[in-house]
Design a binder for this molecule. Structure first.
Ligand code: CDP
Length: 784
């Protein structure tokens, strides 16, 4: 649906990613590639215990190792008031433990040495005397009266409650449930998972002792917000801090929190006066940095006998780990989980959420989803399936009956969202048509009579992305706008600078296409710059699919402002009035005389050489965009599986995905995003979790235990689309980056349940391993 030519390649063109030219040649520029003269290396000593008091730390032997420059402990940091730091959710977090360790993998001491291997050897020579304390590894036990207190250092903290939060209307929901013919329920756990980006976290901190300038090269999804927090934590004047996020090898929410390693490396560089590099190992990344999910959810759905939904009730306990450190918008303690009414016209709902501290690593990041929407979508789609089974209704029909109809938009949900647009039935119908639903149901019945277990699972999801309107959304007080600065140089080439930061999403390609669309300058003439706080306008960063809805909008708006200035210059060059001019991609011409025109390149040159009197020279500007609303991408995923009746093993036979993210800027990049998300959804459903034993030992600390699917296991995806533009977005685009992860896990699990539902199975928690399926089938057979 592109409107520009193949020369201009604006919105709707599958332009190949310009960044791939360096990535596929191994010429990317990552933090660990950086070598500075005199650079030292920092290695963290981490706690082997989940909960223990520190009696003493002996660093004498380690300090004596040749090559060791310094060993930093919590006590040393405390002397500079740096032992604790504020988190992005308004809590505090230990930089290095002083009193207790509160999760396995917590940072206890930092060794700085000439060589990373010497630093590692020295870390192993540090003797820490621990007094073991009982560990708490799930939120419900953490909230029990007799639970050991984890955050005993926090004034006024008498239990392990991190927050209590409610949304919706309790009274209206109670009435709805009283009027129900049928109530279905589901208790489920969305397991802890880890974003596991290819590149782990790290930084090179370079504080110049002469000038006091701190240049911090850092794996950051939000460099500007991090600069401000660094200024607050370290007391450095903000103009002296430059954060540079070079190429980033995947973030997925993992590179949003501030980690002790960044702070220790910066403090060490400040104190020693030499650059200090800290780069995590894979295991450190998996056990200590921002995890995701870990929501224990009890949901109930009230319905009339004919399938009409009346209300929804949710009790949720969130395992936040030892510190509430993820970046949730300040007003929404449980993230945007209250979107759990999904795509349905739900008359009443009440959500109660309790966050608990446990002896696990902190996190709960927006991992390939917008602030906890994945958990919400999973819950409602599993409940809908259970309702269909209970009512003996077709699950597609039950969805159709309850979808918010297109004419109801903008739709005000009972938990406080205003959905901008949606055509849910269209997406569902397309997915069912593509998968051949009616035919499949016949095949399924026939197969069952022959002892074969086929199942089909549907998930219709609604995401809420693009945080967000500043009146409602902020992180640590910083309002969630974003920015774009555009300069068109005299030769008609442009540079676009953004407040967001790509971690592999292809911003250098897609954002140039937005400018191409608006100004008619081809993408290869536009350089896109991100991730250097000295050289880009302030922004909140890239996560929760916010880049396109917010910074993409900022880009379109600033390009349009420059076009208006270009009109003034064109009128001057053509000696006519502005009203007499017509714009056609890349060129102004005189109405009725199309031959009399000037190109954007002519205008750019004139902006510096021959601009009208009274008009400022140059063709540049910056725009800070405050979105009027979030955007609401949606879709339907349908999965077909076959379950082996003897072993419980299940295989995906078809995976049909219909996504609607409004106008697609670069269809090929969007498909890539969807492939990534669908793979992740499959991983969650089939094989992936970070588990803990009862002592708080992390059981998912390597890729031998934490399974990342390869092309071998991953199903083949069949992608389709509908296009429902966002009515309030300047180019009608909705964010898409994460939708596939949000929507797909429920589709896989629903498919497995569908295959064995006739045995009475209603729930198997993720990951749905063959062992769990087999056990569920045995239990069902024994019970019947
Ligand atoms: O914030 P993040 O970049 O992770 O997510 P996003 O805004 O959903 O965008 C992911 C990638 O898909 C970016 O390169 C976008 O420009 C692209 N995209 C697109 O081409 N069209 C859309 N309607 C949405 C995203």
């Amino acid at each position: 649906m592109a409107t520009t030519s193949d020369g201009i390649r604006g919105i709707g063109h599958s332009v190949k990613r310009v960044e791939d030219a360096r990535f596929i040649r191994g010429k990317g520029n990552y933090v660990d590639d950086l070598q500075l003269p005199g650079m030292l290396h920092l290695v963290m000593l981490r706690s082997p215990h989940a909960h223990a008091r520190i009696r003493s730390i002996d660093t004498a032997a380690a300090s004596a190792l040749p090559g060791v420059v310094a060993i930093v402990t919590g006590e040393a940091l405390a002397a500079h008031n740096l032992a604790w730091m504020p988190t992005l959710s308004g809590d505090t977090q230990a930089v290095l433990a002083t009193d207790k360790v509160r999760f396995q993998g917590q940072e206890v001491a930092a060794v700085v040495a000439e060589d990373p291997y010497v630093a590692q050897d020295a870390a192993e020579m540090i003797e820490v005397d621990y007094e073991l304390l009982p560990a708490v590894v799930d939120p419900r036990s953490a909230l029990a009266d007799d639970a050991p207190l984890i955050r005993d250092e926090k004034e006024g903290q008498a239990d392990n409650r991190c927050y209590h939060w409610e949304a919706g209307d309790a009274e209206a929901t109670r009435t709805a449930f009283e009027q129900a013919d049928v109530v279905v329920s589901l208790s489920t756990h969305y397991p802890r998972s880890h974003p596991a980006p290819l590149e782990t976290c790290g930084c090179v901190a370079d504080v110049n002792p002469a000038t006091g300038r701190a240049t911090i090269h850092m794996t950051s999804q939000a460099p500007h917000a991090h600069r401000t927090l660094f200024a607050i934590v370290a007391g450095l004047p903000e103009q002296n801090i430059q954060i540079i996020s070079p190429d980033i090898g995947g973030g997925f929410g993992n590179k949003v929190p501030i980690y002790p390693g960044y702070v220790c490396a910066t403090a060490a560089s400040l104190l020693i006066g030499r650059p200090v590099k800290w780069v995590e190992t894979r295991t450190e990344n998996l056990i200590s940095t921002g995890f995701a999910r870990d929501y224990h959810m009890d949901g109930e759905l009230a319905l009339k006998r004919d399938g009409t939904m009346l209300g929804m009730r949710v009790n949720m306990a969130s395992d936040q780990g030892a510190f509430f450190a993820d970046a949730q918008p300040t007003q929404f303690k449980a993230g945007l989980f209250h979107i759990c009414t999904g795509s349905y016209d739900m008359p009443a709902a009440h959500v109660v959420a309790d966050g608990a501290y446990t002896n696990k690593a902190p996190g709960g990041v927006a991992y390939r989803c917008s602030f906890r929407v994945t958990e919400a979508s999973y819950l409602i789609e599993r409940l809908v399936q259970n309702a269909a089974l209970e009512l003996e209704m077709d699950p597609a029909e039950l969805r159709r009956k309850n979808f918010i109809p297109p004419e109801a938009f903008p739709y005000h949900s009972v938990t406080g969202f205003v959905y901008d647009s949606g055509e849910y039935q269209r997406a569902l119908d397309l997915a069912l048509e593509k998968v051949g639903y009616t035919e499949f149901r016949r095949e399924q019945a026939e197969a069952r009579s022959q002892g074969r277990l086929l199942g089909i699972g549907i998930a219709s999801f609604t995401e809420v992305v693009g945080a967000g309107p500043m009146r409602q959304y902020d992180i640590a007080g910083l309002k969630m706008f974003d920015s774009a600065e555009l300069r068109v140089h005299p030769t008609g080439k442009a540079i676009l600078k953004l407040g967001v930061k790509s971690q592999g999403q292809g911003h250098e390609t897609t954002f140039a296409q937005i400018v191409a669309e608006e100004l008619g300058i081809p993408p290869e003439d536009i350089a896109v710059r991100e991730g250097d706080t000295d050289n880009t306008p302030y922004g909140l960063g890239t996560y929760a699919s916010r880049s396109t809805p917010v910074a993409g909008a900022a880009t379109a708006v600033i390009a349009r402002k420059l076009r208006e200035k270009a009109r003034t210059i064109a009128a001057h060059l053509l000696e006519t009035s502005e009203d007499d001019l017509e714009w056609e991609t890349g060129r102004f011409s005189v109405k009725g005389a199309p031959d009399r025109g000037v190109t954007i390149q002519d205008i750019a040159f004139a902006a510096y050489t021959n601009h009208p009197e009274g008009v400022e020279a140059g063709l540049e500007g910056v725009h800070y965009y405050d979105p009027p609303n979030m955007t609401y991408p949606f879709g339907t995923y349908v999965v077909v599986v076959e379950v082996d009746a003897d072993t419980g093993e299940w295989k995906v036979l078809r995976m049909v995905a219909v996504d609607d993210c409004g106008v697609r800027i670069n269809p090929m990049i969007v498909e890539g995003q969807i492939h990534g998300g669908l793979t992740e959804g499959y991983a969650m459903a089939a094989m992936q979790q970070i588990a803990f034993d009862e002592d708080g030992n992390c059981l998912g600390s390597t890729f031998m235990d934490y399974l990342v699917p390869t092309a071998w296991e991953t199903p083949r995806f069949e992608l389709h689309q509908t296009v429902t533009p966002s009515p309030h977005h300047p180019i009608g685009a909705k964010g898409v980056g994460e939708s596939a992860t949000v929507g797909s896990p429920a589709a896989y699990v629903n498919a497995v349940i569908d295959a064995i539902a006739h045995l009475g199975v209603r729930n198997i928690d993720m990951p749905v391993t063959s062992g769990k399926v087999w056990e569920a089938m045995q239990a069902a057979k024994a019970g019947s």
